[in-house]
Design a protein around this ligand. Structure first.
Ligand code: NAD
Length: 443
């Protein structure tokens, strides 16, 4: 099929590449000319395992192209995807300006019947707005070209995006006609060979499904962080509690890790946007608000532990920080817990020596050059001259450090483990003070 994809961010670029990989003829369009030029030369603007070779191979094979020319892309696509950002508005609702700008552009250039696919995460009712924006432009042109707007929310995870896209758990399609569902089924047939993955439904249910999925995952995280904070106070170890509850299949092992709070471009904004939608229709989403409040508090928890360890005397100290990305295997720092921690350390007069395997460039872009931040080339370089170590992102390479060596390097011999990577007894046996999340036994 001939496909056009608006937006070459995490979702648009990965989706476009995977669709090209299975044989579709894909044109990706973005307003960011530098990004498009880079992609044409094989420069991938994000870090995502497995993506680079796939982009290069499909581009070389002529199945994947990049352009800033929206009209040409629309002329190319019998199916046109909208995969642009939906950042939070000032009031927490999803800002639809990019989505509706694309809809307008589609209306201005559409010249033959097409299926328009909302892949961006958008509030319930957005498909109606997209349809209206396209229809308005067609009407202004005196054209009456049939089109249908379909909701096809994306569930890929950054860090696993290519894998998720090539082997999706499910493909949700919300449409109001059988013809559109059939077309989408044909498009996704290569991903649907082994067992039925397509869940077809009406448009509004599909739009809500995406928010429900992210809100449920965020709820699991905040729930565990809440219990972790209780564990810390009552002298229990959350890691024992986690193992005690995860074995119950009704609860399960996934997403019950306590930590330094969730971040990224999706959970924070989607929980907020769903709460906002809910308020707009007269329902106060008490649980969603609590999920957000708990997360916000959790992002400050590592600093609280640090302040407690030093009796509030943080000024003048140097902290090695391992991990800046909001989670491993990505360079994405949007809403990352590390950002709150760094700001708090700097406000308290401390210095930071940070290392992240992929996010250094992003950190440089966000923070610029500053005397209280050294972005280091390796985990061990970050430790040089540090008083204590703070682990913020659970990259695999941070999982089993040599604690005897750390004992010799860290001046104050203290580790603040924001992801519970280490066994408190093992760290303490090496003569290092250990602070984790919800690990009451050591406090
Ligand atoms: P992103 O910010 O990485 O990329 C968005 C891209 O859209 C940018 O390259 C931008 O230049 C481009 N763009 C903006 N306006 C445009 C226009 N008029 N025409 C063409 N391109 C335009 O965003 P993302 O992380 O890929 O997210 C996109 C959507 O998918 C959001 O709604 C997000 O919530 C959702 N989503 C994201 C993820 C994720 O893990 N990142 C997962 C599932 C769903």
């Amino acid at each position: 099929m001939r496909l056009a994809i608006f937006g070459t961010g995490y979702v648009g670029l990965v989706t476009g590449t995977c669709l090209a990989e299975v044989g579709h003829d894909v044109v990706c369009v973005d307003i960011d000319a530098a990004k498009v030029e880079g992609l044409k030369r094989g420069v991938i603007p994000i870090y995502e395992p497995g993506l680079e070779p796939m982009v290069k191979a499909n581009h070389a094979a002529g199945r994947l192209d990049f352009t800033t020319d929206a009209a040409a892309a629309i002329a190319h696509g019998e199916v046109v995807f909208i995969a642009v950002g939906t950042p939070p508005d000032e009031d927490g609702s999803a800002d639809l300006k990019y989505v509706l700008a694309v809809a307008k552009t589609i209306g201005q250039h559409l010249a033959r019947p097409a299926v328009i696919v909302d892949k961006s995460t958008v509030p319930v009712g957005t498909a109606d707005k997209v349809r209206a924006a396209i229809a308005q432009e067609l009407q202004a042109r005196g054209e009456d070209i049939p089109f249908e707007v379909v909701s096809n929310p994306e569930f890929l995870k950054e860090g696993d995006a290519v894998k998720d896209c090539m082997r999706p758990d499910r493909i949700v399609i919300g449409a109001s006609s059988k013809a559109a569902i059939e077309k989408m089924k044909r498009l996704y047939a290569p991903f649907n060979r082994n067992h039925e993955r397509i869940v077809a439904m009406d448009v509004r249910s599909a739009e809500l499904t995406k928010y429900a999925a992210n809100a449920m995952l965020a709820t699991k995280i905040s729930f565990m962080n809440e219990i972790a904070n209780i564990a810390e106070k009552v002298g229990a170890d959350i890691e024992h509690v986690r193992q005690g509850i995860g074995s119950d299949p009704r609860i399960g092992w996934h997403f019950i890790y306590p930590g330094a709070g969730y971040g990224g471009s999706c959970f924070p904004k989607d929980v907020q946007a769903l709460a906002r939608t809910s308020r707009q229709v007269g329902h106060e989403a008490v649980l969603l608000q609590a999920v957000e409040t708990v997360n916000d508090r959790q992002k400050g928890h590592l600093f609280e532990l640090i302040a407690r360890h030093y009796d509030g005397e943080v000024r003048g100290r140097t902290f090695a920080v391992w991990g800046l990305a909001f989670k491993p295997n990505t360079d994405d720092m949007r809403e990352a817990s590390s950002r709150r921690l760094l700001e708090q350390l700097w406000d308290a007069g401390a210095k930071v020596r940070a290392y992240d395997p992929e996010a250094a460039e992003e950190a440089r872009r966000i923070f610029g050059e500053r005397p209280d931040l050294a972005l280091c080339d390796s985990a061990s370089a970050a430790l040089q001259g540090a008083d204590a170590l703070v682990v913020v992102t659970e990259w695999k390479q941070f999982r089993s450090p040599d604690f005897a060596k750390l004992h010799g390097i860290l001046r104050d011999r203290a580790i603040f483990d924001g992801r519970n990577l280490y066994e408190p007894a093992e760290v303490e046996a090496a003569g290092i003070a250990y602070w984790g999340i919800g690990r009451g036994r050591s406090i």
